[in-house]
Design a protein around this ligand. Structure first.
Ligand code: ADP
Ligand code: ZN
Length: 253
């Protein structure tokens, strides 16, 4: 695993300090609506690494190596999962970029089943993943969140009916249009949550068995969740590299 050279610089958003030159390979797990997108963004900013979101990549029509055809695109809107081979190759291509190789990443939306996790392990060999963190939010709460969620079509920033952008439905970050996601309708929400229980719950067990799982309560306010998440990831780094110490160590003191 690359060394953590925790050189701290100015504060990023949300009160988290940016740590440049560190390497971090983190996967966020959790139900749809658990806050993975928001938290991945903050954690990635903190470590100064790319956030990799397979959902965003599909939505952006990224070069998947197997362009989403009409059928796949329709099935994505209905809440179905994309074929493993398509997702795995898209992730493999993304992880071959210099930023991910040199600095690491915070990933969300992938892996979502054990086969994808095994593929990820083989892509990351021999260093492997630092930690998979489950953001724990019960299903009744995520249902409420998903129904009121709104996202920026351009940058993926998250809003809600209760917390809209400052000006109309225009993204605060990039000025893009803020809308309801096409798969945030009731039928697709039901389907996605059912698939989560079926495929991703066993994945969490698998990470637990392989000693790489941590869990963070995702129900509190987003800043508290961020702090807890960061502490959890830093704790894993510290245990993996006892001589370096926690990333918080050199932080705001
Ligand atoms: P959510 O987790 O809220 O359903 P994402 O934004 O992570 O949404 O993903 C949106 C859609 O993109 C999924 O419903 C699925 O069709 C596709 N997708 C994203 N990541 C994967 C993956 N790892 N495996 C299969 N399909 C995926
Ligand atoms: Zn935006």
């Amino acid at each position: 695993m690359p060394a953590h050279k925790a050189s701290l610089s100015e504060n990023a958003s949300c009160g988290l300090t940016t740590v440049r030159g560190s390497a971090s390979r983190v996967v966020l797990l959790g139900r749809q609506g658990a806050g993975k997108g928001t938290q991945a963004e903050r954690l990635a900013a903190h470590f100064d690494v790319p956030r990799i979101s397979t959902g965003d990549m599909f939505r952006a029509g990224a070069d998947t190596g197997a362009e989403l055809n009409g059928d796949l695109s329709r099935s994505m809107k209905a809440g179905e999962l994309m074929p493993d081979v398509v997702v795995v190759e898209m992730v493999r291509a993304r992880l071959s970029h210099t930023d991910a190789i040199e600095t690491g990443f915070v990933m969300e939306g992938f892996p979502r089943n054990v086969a994808q996790a095994e593929a990820l392990d083989s892509m990351l060999a021999p260093d492997g993943l630092d930690v998979a963190v489950e953001l724990v939010v019960p299903s009744d709460l995520v249902r409420m969140r998903l129904a009121s969620r709104r996202v920026c079509v351009d940058c993926g920033a998250n809003y809600s009916v209760a917390q809209p952008p400052r000006s109309g439905w225009t993204c605060d970050v990039c000025g893009g249009q803020v809308v309801s996601r096409q798969d945030d309708n009731q039928a697709a929400i039901d389907r996605r949550l059912a698939l989560y229980e079926e495929q991703s719950a066993p994945l969490i067990e698998w990470y637990r068995r392989t000693g790489r799982l941590a869990a963070v309560d995702g129900t509190g306010n987003p800043d508290t969740v961020s702090q807890n998440l960061l502490a959890t990831v830093a704790d894993h780094h510290a245990r993996a590299q006892p001589n370096v110490g926690g990333l918080n160590q050199g932080g705001k003191s």
